[in-house]
Design a protein around this ligand. Structure first.
Ligand code: CP
Length: 321
């Protein structure tokens, strides 16, 4: 793998391969000595122009568990505030020896620009760009679903036969977009539930069904219900119902949790707005995979860094793709 920018271009075999390598990485995390020597001598730069808790820290943990050196860069407090460009920032970090750059940026397309510009030779991993994509989040969500439903038989499997319902602020969600492409590539059936004003205009081109009533969607019996964070920071009054109306109509409260099939699971990428899109009863219930998702995120990011920096490359990748 040369870069990881999106889940849209992954083939089923490539997606299953990443999940299987993540299984191998997860297995090493139960040993007494968790650190692997695999990426000794490599440097991973975390280049974050937007805030993050889970993604940044788990990429750091993943790189360190593979024995890579890690440089953490946060735009806040850097020379970005003096007007330094993405190109100059990235080239400065490359000059310090970056082999991989993990980038989060508020502008959709920034990781692709970095990967295709020729400014740097390092591999680029998209850690979330605008409303466009968050591929490692989708991979860790798929990994979590596969693990919950297939347990020790997960390896080599896709998600055929499973029904995943994604609920909430689809319009602003890079997590939803990356999950739609990855989960359907893996054979799952995906349904979206949202207020009409929070459904993207181009959704008719997505391989999903869209419904507007959460109770109907729950009555349909999904295997996995993924609640999305309401992105109040990206919201405009025209898009958003009142907070009370939102939680009453589209929030996962205790009654809706009880109406789900007994073996269904509840995902949330975090950070959660408790009491808005998800109640504490749902977030803390045994069906909730929120903390498993966080733990699995380290294994998935170890797999991505391994495949980027130590894995074999196809001819097309060697040519710069
Ligand atoms: N899920 C997610 O991307 O969380 P952070 O913003 O904390 O990284």
């Amino acid at each position: 793998m040369r870069h990881l920018l999106d889940t849209k271009g992954l083939t089923p075999a490539e997606a299953v391969r990443i999940l299987d390598v993540a299984e191998d990485m997860a297995a090493t995390q139960h040993r007494e000595v968790r650190k692997l020597p695999t990426l000794r001598g490599k440097t991973v730069v975390n280049l974050f122009f937007e805030d993050s808790t889970r993604t940044r820290i788990s990429f750091e943990a993943a790189a360190k568990r593979l024995s890579a050196d890690v440089i953490n860069f946060s735009a806040k407090g850097s020379s970005v505030s003096k007007g330094e460009s993405l190109q100059d920032t990235a080239q400065t970090l490359q000059a310090m020896g970056a082999d991989a750059v993990v980038i989060r940026h508020g502008a959709s397309g920034a990781p692709q620009t970095l990967a295709e510009s020729g400014w740097i030779s390092a591999g680029v991993v998209n850690a979330g760009d605008g409303t466009h994509a968050h591929p490692t989040q989708a991979l860790l969500d798929a990994f979590t679903i596969r693990k919950r439903f297939f347990g020790d038989d997960s390896r080599g499997r896709d998600l055929s036969g499973l029904r995943v319902t994604i609920v909430g602020d689809i319009l602003h969600s890079r997590v939803a977009r990356s999950n739609v492409w990855l989960l359907t590539t893996l054979g799952a059936t995906v349904t979206l539930v949202a207020p009409p004003t929070l459904v993207p205009q181009d959704v008719s081109a997505w391989p999903v069904e869209v419904v507007y009533d959460l109770d109907d969607a729950i009555a349909a019996g999904p295997d996995a219900l993924m609640m999305l964070r309401i992105q109040l920071e990206r919201m405009n009054a025209a898009y958003f119902p009142t907070e009370r109306e939102y939680s009453r109509t589209w929030g996962l409260d205790a009654a809706r949790l009880a109406a789900l099939p007994a073996d269904s699971i509840v995902l949330h990428p975090g950070p959660m707005n408790r009491g808005m899109e998800i109640s504490a009863a749902a977030a803390d219930s045994p069906r909730s995979t929120v903390l498993e998702q966080v733990a699995n995120g380290v294994s998935v990011r170890m797999a991505v860094l391994y495949l980027l920096l130590a894995g074999e490359r196809t001819e097309a990748e060697e040519g710069g793709r």
